[in-house]
Design a protein around this ligand. Structure first.
Ligand SMILES: NC(=O)c1ccc[n+]([C@@H]2O[C@H](COP(=O)([O-])OP(=O)(O)OC[C@H]3O[C@@H](n4cnc5c(N)ncnc54)[C@H](OP(=O)(O)O)[C@@H]3O)[C@@H](O)[C@H]2O)c1
Length: 343
């Protein structure tokens, strides 16, 4: 069985093709013929050492990368009740976070982190590690959901997403574009920022109500306040990290929520906490989500007939193509998701 794995923690050069053999199927297990994968910003950090490397989150190589994949069930164990051969499925980011609040015990079960990931022709996981893909999606589209979409969903829902709310999403990467799409389906008013006017135009086509170029307007939080008559937004999908957090808080209404999701500008930096205190803003850390959240999100995506925008697709068949997918993500010219596909 063809797979790719990182042999050393020294970046993309250490990615190699390998034949690791098909895993044995246990009674609870589901074997999936993988057809598509998507990359997340986190997948750049894991092999480059830019992601916290501790035993809980990322184990040492050799490591099969990626949390996100989709394909078709080809074999199920004797105790499997939820899946049958032929089902279209997607992987769960945390194999062991089925339901309820996050617990320390599940952190080591992140695919492509504490456990081998999905970048293989066939993947075996217990049935709790899979969800049925939304019926209207291709394998490529379903492969975009496990990390970025579930994260955006948890952030939106934890901040009580409802019709009429105002949501701010930063940038046009995977998490933010999916947040835009899902918030629009829920009837929210959505603002989104980008460094690119062309990407902002694409965001408007997906329903963004207002767009701000954060390069042209480094004081974008003021623009957000103007757009809300000085009130601020109900919630922010905060993917920027240290460099944007203070602005996100200032752009949030009294009593609103900032979902702390990303570290695109870095993990460390000074910020003034007074805005969060005086505006009684909730700062909530979000770590992807559970299988239960994934399933609930899929129902919403089916009702809204939403599919993630795929920027570019690369082939699983050649290591140069697979590395090309990583490089494309790193270049950050993408809008939405970067996908690898198997013919
Ligand atoms: N906590 C979690 O569970 C979780 C889950 C998923 C992702 N994340 C994190 O969330 C972040 C986004 O992940 P992703 O996979 O969506 O990344 P991605 O697809 O690689 O997004 C990259 C985009 O982010 C935007 N960006 C970069 N710097 C920015 C800034 N200063 N202000 C606003 N936007 C900026 C750029 O958009 P433009 O080109 O439009 O400017 C860039 O193209 C990453 O830090 C990732 O680690 C966290």
């Amino acid at each position: 069985m063809k797979t790719y794995h990182f042999t050393e923690p020294k970046g993309l050069d250490a990615l190699e093709a390998a034949d690791l053999g098909d895993p044995v199927l246990g009674p609870e297990d589901v074997r999936v013929d993988m057809r598509a994968w998507s990359l997340n910003y986190r997948d750049l950090g894991v092999p480059m050492g830019g992601y916290p490397r501790n035993d809980k989150i990322v184990r040492d190589p050799p490591l099969v990368p990626l949390s996100d994949g989709a394909g078709e069930v080809v074999e199920v164990g004797s105790a499997v009740t939820e899946f049958a051969p032929g089902d279209k499925v997607a992987s769960c980011f945390f194999r062991d976070w089925e339901t309820g609040p996050v617990r320390e015990a599940v952190l080591g079960s992140a695919l492509g982190g504490g456990l081998d990931g999905t970048l293989a022709e066939r993947v075996v996981l217990p049935q709790r590690g899979w969800v049925k893909a939304p019926a209207h999606m291709s394998h490529e589209e379903a492969a975009c959901l496990p990390c970025a979409a579930v994260t955006a969903w948890q952030g939106l829902v934890a901040a009580d997403l409802c019709a009429g709310q105002t949501v701010l999403a930063l940038g046009t990467g995977g998490v933010s574009v999916l947040a835009l799409q899902m918030a629009k389906v829920a009837g929210a008013r959505v603002f989104i920022t980008s460094s690119s006017d062309e990407k902002l135009e694409r965001a408007r086509k997906l329903g963004a109500d207002a767009t701000i170029n954060y390069r042209e307007h480094p004081d974008w939080e003021r623009q957000v306040l103007e757009l809300t008559d000085g009130v601020g937004v109900d919630q922010v999908i905060e993917v920027g990290g240290a460099g944007t957090l203070e602005k996100s808080i200032l752009a949030t209404r009294v009593g609103g929520t900032v979902s702390l999701i990303g570290i695109l500008t870095g993990v460390e930096g000074a910020f003034s906490s007074i805005g969060a205190i005086l505006n009684a803003v909730t700062l909530r850390g979000i770590f992807v989500g559970s299988r239960e959240m994934f399933t609930a999100m899929n129902r919403a995506l089916e009702v809204g007939h939403v599919a993630p925008p795929i920027d570019r697709t690369f082939s699983f068949d050649s290591i140069d193509e697979v590395k090309g997918a990583y490089e494309h993500l790193r270049g950050a010219t993408h809008f939405g998701k970067v996908v690898i596909r198997r013919a």
